[in-house]
Write a protein that binds this ligand. Structure first.
Ligand SMILES: C[S@@+](CC[C@H](N)C(=O)[O-])C[C@H]1O[C@@H](n2cnc3c(N)ncnc32)[C@H](O)[C@@H]1O
Length: 258
């Protein structure tokens, strides 16, 4: 099976997305604790009105709702949104979710205290215009002094090393062990890459089924992303390393200035 394009990629991955994590529920809890810590340190305990504008199947949105915030989710992928809705219902968590492109957020101005865009979602936008449109839109839906929380891969290191693959992640399921890894194909500009996402899944009869999905990323460095965020009307742009935040990726926080 081969799938391409961002929406198709995540539609095809939605049912298997949790298999990226050795234990999805444990990851949700860890990520929510780390993000909640960053939010509390800047806005107080809340509860806060949070938009997760690339919620996927709900890894951050479900956890943040679970610790008491009033969370709304949006995502480009209808299948991911459907799964997030089902996961919220099965956990008794209130999480309204809609299919929405982060470049055209269908929410009223100043509706949220916090906008989350986590786990390398923004780098799916491949042009400076698209990144700016998305960031300006996130600013629009934040109240004055509201907080942007953005997490990305550590592209400063990655751009220097230009790796061509990721290490295999192994998760244990009822059918046996599932192996996930990626192959990366760098563009000539040295900044963007096409990604092939492999999942190797136990098949009946002792064999393996290989699922391959394709998408692309723009490996924005911290400096480039900070400049884009400031240019879109945010202040207090700062980066939080995993060792400090407890989140597994570098996290950028910034305030909407009036
Ligand atoms: C790596 S996944 C992370 C999902 C979720 N935050 C998580 O950690 O489980 C990236 C997500 O960004 C979403 N995405 C990509 N481009 C988008 C866009 N233009 N607008 C909204 N969502 C988008 C994808 O559909 C996908 O769900």
């Amino acid at each position: 099976m081969v799938v391409s394009s961002v929406g198709d990629f995540y539609d095809a991955l939605a049912a298997d997305y949790h298999l990226i994590f050795p234990d999805w529920d444990a990851s949700m809890a860890r990520q929510a604790a780390a993000l909640d810590g960053l939010v509390r340190a800047r806005l107080g305990a809340g509860p806060h009105r949070v938009l997760d504008c690339s919620c996927g199947i709900g890894t951050q949105a479900l956890g943040l709702a679970g610790v008491g915030h009033r969370v709304v989710g949006g995502d480009l992928s209808p299948a991911a949104v459907a799964r997030a809705t089902a996961e919220a219902a099965s956990r008794g968590v209130e999480l309204p979710v809609a299919v929405a492109d982060m470049r055209a957020l269908p929410y009223r101005a100043t509706a949220f205290d916090v906008v989350v865009c986590a786990d390398n979602s923004l780098p799916h936008l491949l042009t400076a215009d698209d990144v700016r449109t998305a960031l300006v839109g996130m600013r629009r839906v934040l109240r004055d002094d509201g907080l942007l929380v953005l997490s990305v891969r550590d592209y400063d290191e990655i751009r220097a090393a230009r790796p061509t693959s990721t290490s295999p992640q192994v998760s244990t399921t009822a059918q046996g062990r599932v192996i996930t890894f990626q192959l990366w194909h760098w563009h000539d500009d040295g900044e963007r890459y096409d990604l092939e996402h492999f999942q190797v899944i136990p098949a009946e009869g002792g064999g393996w089924e290989v699922r391959v999905r394709r998408t692309a990323y723009w490996a924005l460095t911290r400096g480039e992303l900070s400049a884009a965020v400031a240019d879109a009307g945010f202040a207090e742009v700062s980066w939080h390393d995993p060792a400090d935040s407890g989140f597994y990726q570098p996290v950028l926080t910034a305030r909407r200035v009036p």
